[in-house]
Ligand binder design. Structure first.
Ligand code: KG4
Ligand code: ZN
Length: 350
Protein backbone atom coordinates (compact mmCIF):
# COMPACT_ATOMS: atom_id res chain seq x y z
CA UNK A 1 0.00 0.00 0.00
CA UNK A 2 1.43 3.39 -1.04
CA UNK A 3 0.40 6.16 1.32
CA UNK A 4 0.95 9.88 0.92
CA UNK A 5 1.62 11.57 4.28
CA UNK A 6 1.02 15.27 4.93
CA UNK A 7 2.19 17.16 8.04
CA UNK A 8 1.16 20.79 8.63
CA UNK A 9 0.52 20.98 12.39
CA UNK A 10 2.95 23.80 13.15
CA UNK A 11 5.82 25.49 11.29
CA UNK A 12 7.02 22.68 9.02
CA UNK A 13 5.36 21.51 5.82
CA UNK A 14 6.19 17.81 5.48
CA UNK A 15 5.25 15.39 2.69
CA UNK A 16 6.25 11.75 2.18
CA UNK A 17 5.29 8.52 0.47
CA UNK A 18 5.51 5.29 2.47
CA UNK A 19 5.13 1.93 0.70
CA UNK A 20 4.20 -0.95 3.03
CA UNK A 21 5.20 -3.53 0.40
CA UNK A 22 8.89 -2.62 0.72
CA UNK A 23 10.98 -4.00 3.63
CA UNK A 24 12.24 -1.89 6.56
CA UNK A 25 13.55 1.58 5.89
CA UNK A 26 13.16 1.06 2.11
CA UNK A 27 9.43 1.64 2.68
CA UNK A 28 10.09 5.37 2.83
CA UNK A 29 10.09 6.09 -0.92
CA UNK A 30 10.63 9.84 -0.56
CA UNK A 31 10.15 12.64 1.93
CA UNK A 32 10.59 16.40 1.90
CA UNK A 33 10.28 19.03 4.60
CA UNK A 34 9.98 22.77 4.13
CA UNK A 35 10.76 24.67 7.32
CA UNK A 36 9.18 28.07 8.04
CA UNK A 37 11.83 29.00 10.62
CA UNK A 38 13.05 32.05 8.67
CA UNK A 39 9.46 33.33 8.35
CA UNK A 40 8.83 33.30 12.11
CA UNK A 41 12.35 34.16 13.34
CA UNK A 42 11.80 37.93 13.46
CA UNK A 43 8.79 37.42 15.79
CA UNK A 44 10.70 35.12 18.17
CA UNK A 45 8.09 32.36 17.83
CA UNK A 46 5.49 30.83 15.52
CA UNK A 47 2.77 33.23 14.27
CA UNK A 48 -0.21 30.92 13.60
CA UNK A 49 -1.80 32.87 10.74
CA UNK A 50 1.53 33.23 8.90
CA UNK A 51 2.10 29.50 9.37
CA UNK A 52 -1.28 28.62 7.79
CA UNK A 53 -0.68 30.90 4.81
CA UNK A 54 2.77 29.49 4.18
CA UNK A 55 1.43 25.91 4.26
CA UNK A 56 -1.06 26.99 1.56
CA UNK A 57 1.86 28.23 -0.57
CA UNK A 58 4.21 25.30 -0.05
CA UNK A 59 2.09 22.16 0.29
CA UNK A 60 1.12 21.38 -3.31
CA UNK A 61 4.59 22.07 -4.78
CA UNK A 62 6.01 19.80 -2.07
CA UNK A 63 3.50 17.03 -2.94
CA UNK A 64 4.59 17.25 -6.60
CA UNK A 65 8.28 17.25 -5.64
CA UNK A 66 7.90 14.24 -3.33
CA UNK A 67 5.98 12.19 -5.89
CA UNK A 68 8.63 13.00 -8.51
CA UNK A 69 11.41 11.91 -6.14
CA UNK A 70 9.53 8.67 -5.42
CA UNK A 71 9.07 8.21 -9.19
CA UNK A 72 5.31 7.91 -8.67
CA UNK A 73 2.20 9.54 -10.08
CA UNK A 74 -0.86 10.65 -8.08
CA UNK A 75 -2.74 7.65 -9.49
CA UNK A 76 -0.21 5.27 -7.87
CA UNK A 77 -1.35 6.26 -4.38
CA UNK A 78 -3.55 3.87 -2.39
CA UNK A 79 -4.30 6.18 0.53
CA UNK A 80 -3.68 9.58 2.09
CA UNK A 81 -2.76 10.32 5.72
CA UNK A 82 -2.57 13.76 7.28
CA UNK A 83 -1.97 15.25 10.71
CA UNK A 84 -5.39 15.97 12.23
CA UNK A 85 -4.04 17.19 15.60
CA UNK A 86 -2.79 18.23 18.02
CA UNK A 87 -1.53 21.49 16.55
CA UNK A 88 -2.50 24.96 15.30
CA UNK A 89 -6.05 24.78 14.00
CA UNK A 90 -5.50 26.88 10.85
CA UNK A 91 -2.31 25.03 9.94
CA UNK A 92 -3.98 21.65 10.50
CA UNK A 93 -6.93 22.65 8.29
CA UNK A 94 -4.62 23.34 5.33
CA UNK A 95 -3.19 19.81 5.41
CA UNK A 96 -6.57 18.22 6.14
CA UNK A 97 -8.25 20.12 3.29
CA UNK A 98 -5.62 19.20 0.72
CA UNK A 99 -5.42 15.57 1.89
CA UNK A 100 -9.19 15.09 1.89
CA UNK A 101 -9.57 16.68 -1.56
CA UNK A 102 -6.80 14.53 -3.03
CA UNK A 103 -8.26 11.36 -1.52
CA UNK A 104 -11.75 12.23 -2.77
CA UNK A 105 -10.49 12.96 -6.29
CA UNK A 106 -8.37 9.80 -6.38
CA UNK A 107 -11.11 7.70 -4.76
CA UNK A 108 -8.74 6.34 -2.12
CA UNK A 109 -9.26 6.17 1.67
CA UNK A 110 -7.89 8.93 3.90
CA UNK A 111 -7.21 9.14 7.62
CA UNK A 112 -6.35 11.86 10.13
CA UNK A 113 -3.26 10.90 12.14
CA UNK A 114 -2.40 11.94 15.70
CA UNK A 115 0.83 13.97 15.44
CA UNK A 116 2.33 12.42 18.59
CA UNK A 117 1.51 8.90 17.43
CA UNK A 118 3.38 9.81 14.25
CA UNK A 119 6.41 10.81 16.33
CA UNK A 120 6.07 7.73 18.55
CA UNK A 121 6.01 5.30 15.61
CA UNK A 122 8.82 7.01 13.64
CA UNK A 123 11.55 4.74 15.11
CA UNK A 124 9.64 1.75 13.72
CA UNK A 125 10.36 2.97 10.17
CA UNK A 126 14.04 2.13 10.66
CA UNK A 127 15.59 -1.30 10.02
CA UNK A 128 15.29 -3.90 12.84
CA UNK A 129 12.37 -2.05 14.47
CA UNK A 130 11.38 -2.70 18.10
CA UNK A 131 8.10 -4.49 18.76
CA UNK A 132 5.63 -3.58 21.51
CA UNK A 133 5.45 -3.74 24.44
CA UNK A 134 7.96 -0.96 25.08
CA UNK A 135 8.25 2.42 26.78
CA UNK A 136 8.29 5.58 24.68
CA UNK A 137 9.76 8.95 25.61
CA UNK A 138 8.15 11.71 23.54
CA UNK A 139 10.17 14.91 23.71
CA UNK A 140 9.14 17.72 21.39
CA UNK A 141 8.51 21.46 21.48
CA UNK A 142 4.98 20.94 22.80
CA UNK A 143 5.11 17.60 24.64
CA UNK A 144 7.19 15.69 27.17
CA UNK A 145 5.56 12.36 27.88
CA UNK A 146 6.45 8.86 28.98
CA UNK A 147 4.08 6.38 27.39
CA UNK A 148 3.66 2.62 27.88
CA UNK A 149 3.06 1.17 24.43
CA UNK A 150 1.21 -2.13 24.95
CA UNK A 151 0.41 -2.48 21.25
CA UNK A 152 0.44 -0.16 18.26
CA UNK A 153 -2.45 2.15 19.01
CA UNK A 154 -2.76 1.11 22.69
CA UNK A 155 -1.04 3.81 24.72
CA UNK A 156 -0.97 4.48 28.48
CA UNK A 157 0.36 7.79 29.74
CA UNK A 158 2.89 7.12 32.54
CA UNK A 159 4.01 10.69 33.13
CA UNK A 160 4.24 14.11 31.51
CA UNK A 161 5.47 17.62 32.07
CA UNK A 162 3.53 19.81 34.47
CA UNK A 163 4.72 22.99 32.76
CA UNK A 164 7.22 23.51 29.90
CA UNK A 165 8.01 20.74 27.41
CA UNK A 166 11.68 19.73 27.11
CA UNK A 167 12.03 21.37 23.67
CA UNK A 168 10.26 24.49 24.93
CA UNK A 169 12.74 24.65 27.84
CA UNK A 170 15.63 24.41 25.36
CA UNK A 171 14.10 27.18 23.21
CA UNK A 172 13.27 29.52 26.12
CA UNK A 173 16.67 29.01 27.76
CA UNK A 174 18.39 29.77 24.46
CA UNK A 175 16.34 32.97 24.17
CA UNK A 176 17.36 34.05 27.69
CA UNK A 177 21.01 33.87 26.57
CA UNK A 178 20.34 35.83 23.38
CA UNK A 179 20.23 33.00 20.83
CA UNK A 180 17.78 33.42 17.93
CA UNK A 181 14.55 31.34 17.62
CA UNK A 182 14.30 28.38 17.67
CA UNK A 183 17.28 28.13 19.95
CA UNK A 184 17.12 24.45 20.99
CA UNK A 185 19.51 23.01 18.38
CA UNK A 186 21.81 26.05 18.70
CA UNK A 187 21.94 25.74 22.47
CA UNK A 188 22.85 22.06 22.02
CA UNK A 189 25.62 22.99 19.55
CA UNK A 190 26.96 25.60 21.97
CA UNK A 191 26.95 23.07 24.83
CA UNK A 192 29.48 20.97 22.88
CA UNK A 193 32.14 23.58 23.66
CA UNK A 194 31.06 24.11 27.28
CA UNK A 195 32.91 22.85 30.32
CA UNK A 196 31.01 20.06 32.11
CA UNK A 197 30.33 20.88 35.76
CA UNK A 198 31.20 24.59 35.46
CA UNK A 199 27.50 25.27 36.10
CA UNK A 200 25.39 22.74 37.98
CA UNK A 201 21.61 23.03 37.74
CA UNK A 202 19.02 20.89 39.51
CA UNK A 203 17.45 17.70 38.14
CA UNK A 204 13.81 18.73 38.73
CA UNK A 205 11.43 16.28 40.41
CA UNK A 206 13.95 13.43 40.52
CA UNK A 207 14.13 13.56 44.34
CA UNK A 208 10.58 12.21 44.70
CA UNK A 209 8.80 9.21 43.22
CA UNK A 210 6.75 9.55 40.05
CA UNK A 211 7.21 10.02 36.33
CA UNK A 212 6.12 13.62 35.83
CA UNK A 213 8.49 16.39 34.75
CA UNK A 214 8.85 20.11 35.40
CA UNK A 215 11.27 22.22 33.38
CA UNK A 216 10.19 25.80 34.00
CA UNK A 217 12.26 26.18 37.20
CA UNK A 218 15.38 25.14 35.31
CA UNK A 219 14.83 27.95 32.85
CA UNK A 220 14.65 30.41 35.77
CA UNK A 221 17.88 28.99 37.26
CA UNK A 222 19.63 29.60 33.93
CA UNK A 223 18.20 33.12 33.72
CA UNK A 224 19.62 34.00 37.15
CA UNK A 225 23.00 32.37 36.42
CA UNK A 226 23.26 34.27 33.11
CA UNK A 227 22.19 37.58 34.69
CA UNK A 228 24.85 37.30 37.40
CA UNK A 229 27.64 36.17 35.05
CA UNK A 230 30.16 38.05 32.88
CA UNK A 231 27.99 37.07 29.86
CA UNK A 232 31.03 36.05 27.81
CA UNK A 233 30.93 33.44 25.02
CA UNK A 234 32.76 30.97 27.28
CA UNK A 235 30.18 31.43 30.03
CA UNK A 236 27.32 31.05 27.56
CA UNK A 237 28.76 27.71 26.43
CA UNK A 238 29.38 26.56 30.03
CA UNK A 239 25.80 27.43 31.05
CA UNK A 240 24.45 25.72 27.91
CA UNK A 241 26.38 22.58 28.87
CA UNK A 242 25.10 22.73 32.47
CA UNK A 243 21.52 23.13 31.25
CA UNK A 244 21.77 20.34 28.67
CA UNK A 245 23.29 17.95 31.24
CA UNK A 246 20.46 18.75 33.68
CA UNK A 247 17.73 18.05 31.09
CA UNK A 248 19.43 14.90 29.77
CA UNK A 249 20.03 13.50 33.28
CA UNK A 250 16.45 14.26 34.33
CA UNK A 251 15.01 12.55 31.24
CA UNK A 252 17.35 9.57 31.72
CA UNK A 253 16.43 9.12 35.42
CA UNK A 254 12.70 9.13 34.57
CA UNK A 255 13.21 6.75 31.63
CA UNK A 256 14.94 4.26 33.97
CA UNK A 257 12.02 4.50 36.37
CA UNK A 258 9.46 4.09 33.57
CA UNK A 259 11.25 0.98 32.28
CA UNK A 260 11.26 -0.45 35.83
CA UNK A 261 7.59 0.33 36.27
CA UNK A 262 6.61 -1.17 32.91
CA UNK A 263 8.94 -4.18 33.32
CA UNK A 264 10.57 -3.43 29.96
CA UNK A 265 14.12 -2.93 28.67
CA UNK A 266 13.15 -1.39 25.33
CA UNK A 267 13.00 2.36 25.12
CA UNK A 268 11.77 4.24 22.06
CA UNK A 269 12.55 7.95 21.81
CA UNK A 270 10.89 10.39 19.45
CA UNK A 271 10.23 14.09 18.91
CA UNK A 272 12.56 16.99 18.14
CA UNK A 273 14.67 16.74 21.30
CA UNK A 274 15.39 13.12 20.29
CA UNK A 275 17.85 14.66 17.81
CA UNK A 276 19.99 15.80 20.76
CA UNK A 277 23.34 13.98 20.62
CA UNK A 278 23.97 13.83 24.36
CA UNK A 279 20.45 12.50 25.03
CA UNK A 280 20.95 9.81 22.38
CA UNK A 281 24.28 8.73 23.89
CA UNK A 282 22.95 8.68 27.46
CA UNK A 283 19.81 6.68 26.67
CA UNK A 284 21.76 4.17 24.54
CA UNK A 285 24.02 3.78 27.57
CA UNK A 286 21.29 3.20 30.17
CA UNK A 287 19.29 0.82 27.96
CA UNK A 288 22.46 -1.10 27.05
CA UNK A 289 23.40 -1.52 30.73
CA UNK A 290 20.00 -3.15 31.32
CA UNK A 291 20.59 -5.56 28.44
CA UNK A 292 18.00 -3.76 26.33
CA UNK A 293 18.14 -1.07 23.70
CA UNK A 294 17.16 2.50 22.94
CA UNK A 295 15.61 3.07 19.51
CA UNK A 296 15.64 6.47 17.85
CA UNK A 297 14.57 7.61 14.41
CA UNK A 298 17.42 9.06 12.33
CA UNK A 299 17.84 12.70 13.50
CA UNK A 300 16.00 14.24 10.50
CA UNK A 301 12.92 12.13 11.37
CA UNK A 302 12.97 13.25 15.04
CA UNK A 303 11.73 16.73 14.17
CA UNK A 304 8.40 17.27 12.37
CA UNK A 305 8.15 15.49 9.02
CA UNK A 306 5.66 13.89 6.64
CA UNK A 307 7.31 10.46 6.77
CA UNK A 308 6.05 9.69 10.27
CA UNK A 309 2.51 10.65 9.24
CA UNK A 310 2.67 8.53 6.07
CA UNK A 311 3.95 5.58 8.14
CA UNK A 312 1.47 5.85 11.06
CA UNK A 313 -1.35 6.42 8.55
CA UNK A 314 -0.26 3.42 6.45
CA UNK A 315 -0.42 1.11 9.50
CA UNK A 316 -3.98 2.22 10.26
CA UNK A 317 -5.20 2.35 6.65
CA UNK A 318 -3.78 -1.13 6.11
CA UNK A 319 -5.75 -2.32 9.15
CA UNK A 320 -8.92 -1.04 7.44
CA UNK A 321 -9.27 2.19 9.41
CA UNK A 322 -10.34 5.30 7.53
CA UNK A 323 -12.83 8.14 7.94
CA UNK A 324 -15.63 9.81 5.99
CA UNK A 325 -14.87 12.74 3.68
CA UNK A 326 -15.48 15.54 6.23
CA UNK A 327 -12.50 17.84 6.92
CA UNK A 328 -12.06 17.60 10.70
CA UNK A 329 -9.10 18.51 12.88
CA UNK A 330 -8.57 18.15 16.62
CA UNK A 331 -6.24 20.88 17.95
CA UNK A 332 -6.20 19.26 21.43
CA UNK A 333 -6.23 15.47 21.34
CA UNK A 334 -5.49 12.80 23.98
CA UNK A 335 -3.51 9.92 22.44
CA UNK A 336 -5.00 7.41 24.92
CA UNK A 337 -8.37 7.76 23.11
CA UNK A 338 -7.02 6.24 19.86
CA UNK A 339 -8.30 2.81 18.76
CA UNK A 340 -5.80 -0.05 18.68
CA UNK A 341 -4.45 -0.73 15.19
CA UNK A 342 -4.96 -4.50 15.31
CA UNK A 343 -8.56 -4.24 16.54
CA UNK A 344 -10.78 -6.57 14.55
CA UNK A 345 -13.56 -4.07 14.01
CA UNK A 346 -12.14 -0.88 12.48
CA UNK A 347 -13.81 2.12 14.07
CA UNK A 348 -14.25 5.57 12.67
CA UNK A 349 -12.03 8.00 14.59
CA UNK A 350 -13.09 11.18 16.37
O1 KG4 B 1 9.01 17.50 17.23
P1 KG4 B 1 9.36 18.89 16.86
O2 KG4 B 1 10.03 19.13 15.54
O3 KG4 B 1 8.12 19.82 16.88
C1 KG4 B 1 7.08 19.68 17.77
O4 KG4 B 1 6.16 18.84 17.51
O5 KG4 B 1 7.14 20.40 18.80
O6 KG4 B 1 10.29 19.44 18.05
C2 KG4 B 1 10.86 20.71 18.01
C3 KG4 B 1 11.61 20.95 19.31
C4 KG4 B 1 12.07 22.38 19.45
O7 KG4 B 1 11.73 22.84 20.74
C5 KG4 B 1 13.58 22.30 19.26
O8 KG4 B 1 14.29 23.28 19.95
C6 KG4 B 1 13.89 20.91 19.79
O9 KG4 B 1 12.78 20.13 19.36
N1 KG4 B 1 15.16 20.39 19.27
C7 KG4 B 1 16.25 20.13 20.02
C8 KG4 B 1 17.25 19.65 19.15
N2 KG4 B 1 16.73 19.64 17.89
C9 KG4 B 1 15.45 20.07 17.98
N3 KG4 B 1 16.44 20.27 21.34
C10 KG4 B 1 17.66 19.91 21.82
N4 KG4 B 1 18.68 19.45 21.05
C11 KG4 B 1 18.52 19.32 19.72
N5 KG4 B 1 19.53 18.86 18.98
ZN1 ZN C 1 6.24 17.35 16.48
Amino acid sequence: MRVLGIETSCDETGVAVFDTALPGSAGLRAHAVYSQIALHAEYGGVVPELASRDHVRKLLPLVRQTLAEADLKLGDLDGVAYTAGPGLVGALLVGAGVARSLAWALEVPALGVHHMEGHLLAPLMEDDPPEPPFVALLVSGGHTQLVAVDAIGRYRLLGETLDDAAGEAFDKTAKVMGLPYPGGPQLAALAEGGKPGAYKFSRPMTDRPGLDFSFSGLKTQVMLAWRDSDQSDTTRADIARGFEDAVVDTLAIKCQRALDEAGSDTLVIAGGVGANKRLRAKLHDIAGKRGGRACFPRPELCTDNGAMIAFAGALRLQAGQFEDAAVRVTPRWDMATLPEVASEKPELQQ
